[in-house]
Design a protein around this ligand. Structure first.
Ligand SMILES: Cc1cc2nc3c(=O)[nH]c(=O)nc-3n(C[C@H](O)[C@H](O)[C@H](O)COP(=O)(O)OP(=O)(O)OC[C@H]3O[C@@H](n4cnc5c(N)ncnc54)[C@H](O)[C@@H]3O)c2cc1C
Length: 302
C-alpha cells in the first residue's frame, strides 16, 4: 500500500512519523519472505493515538512490526502499512532490581546489559532474536523460562480505550506463546523485576543455552524459529521428525535437516511455498498423530 496523499504525508510529519516508502518485508524479517508496503516509523509515542485516528480517517489498514523474527508475510504489494517504533536513547534504565526497557530495544542486548549489571533470570532468552515488544506480545521463552515471569508492568497503547495506559503484571496473563493483550494493543515499554546474580554465574547460564541452540538449531539459515507450537505434553519437532519430514520442501521452503520444527527459506522461497509446506506437514501430523498443530509463527497473509 502506498501513501500518496500530500495532505496525509504532511499530517504524518506533524506528529513526527517518518514515512519510508516501499519497504521490503523480505528484508525486514528473519525468514526473508514478504512483499512491499510503506513503513511508518514512530518516534514520539505520545502521538500514537493521533496516528491511529489519522490512519482510520484515511481508511488505511496497518500492522505492527517488532524485529520481524516471528513473522511470515505474504507476497507482492501488501494491503496495509507497517508501523514500527524508532529506538529511543537510552533503551534501558536500571533502578535497583527494576529494569525499565523500551519496547523497541533488542531483546538479546537487554539480557546482556542487565547481566553486566548483575541482574539475571533471563539467560534462556539470549538467543531469541527480535525486540522486547515482540517478546512481550509472544511471551517469548526457552529452556524453562519466559519473559512474562519478570514483568512488573507494561506501558501500552490500548486500542480499545484509544489511549496509552499502564498495566500491572498481575493484570496480564502470560501463557505458552500467548498473552492476554488485545490483538491491536501496542507494547511501548516494560518494567522487568530481575533477581540479583553475579555476572559470572549469568554468563555460565548463557553459555549453556547458547551451546544448546548451536547444537540443535539451523542458526545460519533464514527462519522464524519454531513454526508450530508444541501441543500439550508433546513436541511438534519430534512428531515431524518421526514422519521422516526433515528436508521435505516446497520450492525453496524447507523443513530444516537440523530441527524439524524450524522451517527455513533455503533461497528465494515465497510465502505461498512456505504456507503450502506448513499445510502439508500439518495434515501429515494430523493424519498420523491425530494432533492439529497450531502456528507459532504469526502469518500476515495479504
Ligand atoms: C533463530 C530463531 C530462534 C528463535 N527462538 C525462539 C525461542 O527460543 N523462543 C521464543 O519464544 N521465540 C523464538 N523465536 C521467535 C521470535 O524470535 C520471538 O517470537 C520474538 O519474541 C519475536 O519478537 P519480534 O520483535 O521479532 O516480533 P515480530 O516478529 O516483529 O512480531 C511478532 C508479533 O508480535 C507483534 N509485535 C511486535 N512488537 C510489538 C509491540 N511492540 N507491540 C505489540 N505487538 C508487537 C507483531 O505485531 C506480531 O504479531 C526465534 C526466532 C528465530 C529466528
Amino acid at each position: 500500500m502506498r501513501v500518496e496523499d500530500p495532505k496525509f504525508k504532511a499530517e504524518l510529519a506533524a506528529i513526527a512519523v517518518e514515512l519510508r516508502p516501499g519497504a521490503s518485508l523480505a528484508a525486514l524479517t528473519s525468514l526473508g519472505i514478504g512483499g512491499t508496503t510503506d513503513l511508518l516509523r514512530i518516534s514520539k509515542r505520545q502521538f500514537i493515538p493521533d496516528l491511529i485516528s489519522l490512519l482510520e480517517r484515511h481508511h488505511i489498514a496497518y500492522k505492527f512490526l517488532g524485529g520481524g523474527s516471528n513473522l511470515l508475510v505474504g507476497d507482492g504489494e501488501l494491503p496495509w502499512v507497517i508501523l514500527q517504533l524508532a529506538k529511543p536513547d537510552p533503551e534501558i534504565v536500571l533502578d535497583g532490581n527494576l529494569a525499565h526497557v523500551d519496547a523497541a530495544a533488542d531483546l538479546g542486548r537487554t539480557v546482556t546489559y542487565c547481566a553486566k549489571h548483575d541482574f539475571g533470570g533471563m539467560e534462556g532468552l539470549i538467543g531469541v532474536p527480535g525486540t522486547v515488544g515482540g517478546a512481550l506480545r509472544m511471551n517469548a521463552g526457552a529452556y524453562g523460562m519466559q519473559i512474562g515471569s519478570f514483568v512488573r508492568e507494561v506501558k501500552l497503547y490500548r486500542a480499545a480505550e484509544r489511549k496509552i495506559e499502564i498495566l500491572r503484571g498481575h493484570e496480564i496473563s502470560f501463557e505458552y506463546r500467548h498473552t492476554s493483550f488485545a490483538p491491536d494493543d501496542m507494547m511501548l515499554a516494560v518494567t522487568l523485576e530481575l533477581p540479583s546474580k553475579s555476572f559470572k554465574e549469568i554468563l555460565q547460564g548463557i553459555r549453556i543455552c547458547n551451546e544448546k541452540r548451536r547444537s540443535s538449531q539451523p542458526l545460519g539459515q533464514k527462519s522464524a524459529g519454531c513454526i508450530f507450537k508444541n501441543p500439550p505434553g508433546a513436541s511438534a519437532g519430534r512428531m515431524i521428525d518421526e514422519l521422516g519430514l526433515k528436508g521435505h520442501s516446497v520450492g525453496d521452503a524447507k523443513v530444516s535437516d537440523r530441527h524439524a520444527n524450524f522451517f527455513v527459506n533455503a533461497g528465494q522461497a515465497s510465502a505461498k511455498d512456505m504456507l503450502t509446506l506448513m499445510a502439508n506437514v500439518r495434515s501429515r501430523v494430523e493424519k498420523s498423530f491425530g494432533v492439529k498443530l497450531e502456528h507459532e509463527v504469526v502469518v500476515w497473509n495479504a
